[in-house]
Design a binder for this molecule. Structure first.
Ligand code: B1M
Length: 207
């Protein structure tokens, strides 16, 4: 049987069937589910994140890797009590009102989850009330917003104002093609240009 650490390469290769087969074997052999996640699945996804950042892997490969990782997660997560799941913090994330683009946001979600964040995805066309309710329900640390249109990016500021008016103690992480770091600074949010950058920024915000 393979070692837990060997799972990482299957994730990097986006080899979902080998992940499913070998995670099942490891579980049957009573391997620690948390080690399967941390040393196997997330270990591989961390490498994917680095390779994506360095331009050695591209979006379709990252999506395949994430799908393979999620297939393994689906097997082991039911074996772990919620309290035992390591978490760096909770991120509520969505593509803002009026905007239906979600490929980049979904990539950010996968990378954040791989890095060990609990992520509440409020989806596309997300309104202020959805962000606020999700932050309150989940006691979130970070609000993440994605926008791909110049006409929708301004909604981010409205979400931030609403969270502040509600007295929510959260930090703001934003991204999307039309944004600039200058604009994000002006609205009081941290800007990340890609999914790996989002993970780095979230780690700093949660520290
Ligand atoms: Co649309 N679209 N689109 N589109 N679309 C763009 C964005 C556009 C630049 C195309 C163009 O004209 N050249 C343009 C926007 C122009 C502008 O406002 N500046 C545009 C337009 C105009 C429109 C419509 C208005 C077209 C129309 O109907 N007339 C319409 C709007 C619909 C709406 O949202 N209300 C529309 C519709 C669509 C589709 C539905 C067909 C489809 C979306 C499908 C989907 O997402 N499920 C679509 C697509 C696919 C695109 C392009 C081609 C690709 C976007 C994408 O997925 N990129 C895009 C042109 C382009 O970018 N080349 C375009 C890949 C993705 C991995 O990158 O989303 O940038 P990206 O995400 C990156 C980073 O930005 C960052 O990390 C991600 C991963 O590295 N990031 C974050 C993103 N969110 C983040 C959040 C973070 C941190 C980082 O923290 C929380």
């Amino acid at each position: 049987m393979i070692k837990i650490t060997d799972l990482g390469q299957f994730v990097i290769d986006g080899n979902e069937s080998s992940i499913v087969e070998n995670v099942n074997l490891l579980v049957a052999a009573k391997a620690d589910p948390i080690a399967i996640i941390n040393e196997g699945l997330l270990g591989g996804m961390n490498v994917v994140g680095e390779k994506f950042k360095n331009g050695e892997m591209f979006v379709p490969e990252v999506l395949m890797a994430a799908r393979a990782m999620n297939a393994g997660m689906a097997i082991v997560k039911p074996l772990i009590a919620d309290k035992d799941m390591p978490s760096l913090g909770t991120v509520v994330i969505g593509t803002v009102k009026g905007d239906l683009h979600d490929i980049g946001k979904n990539l950010v979600v996968m990378m954040l989850e791989s890095a060990g964040f609990k992520v509440i995805d409020v989806g596309i066309d997300a309104k202020i009330e959805q962000f606020v309710a999700a932050v309150k329900e989940n006691n979130a640390d970070i609000v993440g917003m994605s926008a791909m249109l110049t006409t929708t990016m301004t909604y981010m500021q409205e979400v931030i104002k609403a969270c502040e008016a509600e007295g929510l103690n959260v930090q703001y992480l934003v991204g999307g093609a039309p944004l600039t770091s200058g604009y994000c600074e002006k609205i009081g949010a941290i800007y990340a240009s890609d999914a790996s950058g989002a993970v780095d920024a979230a780690r700093q915000l949660a520290a």
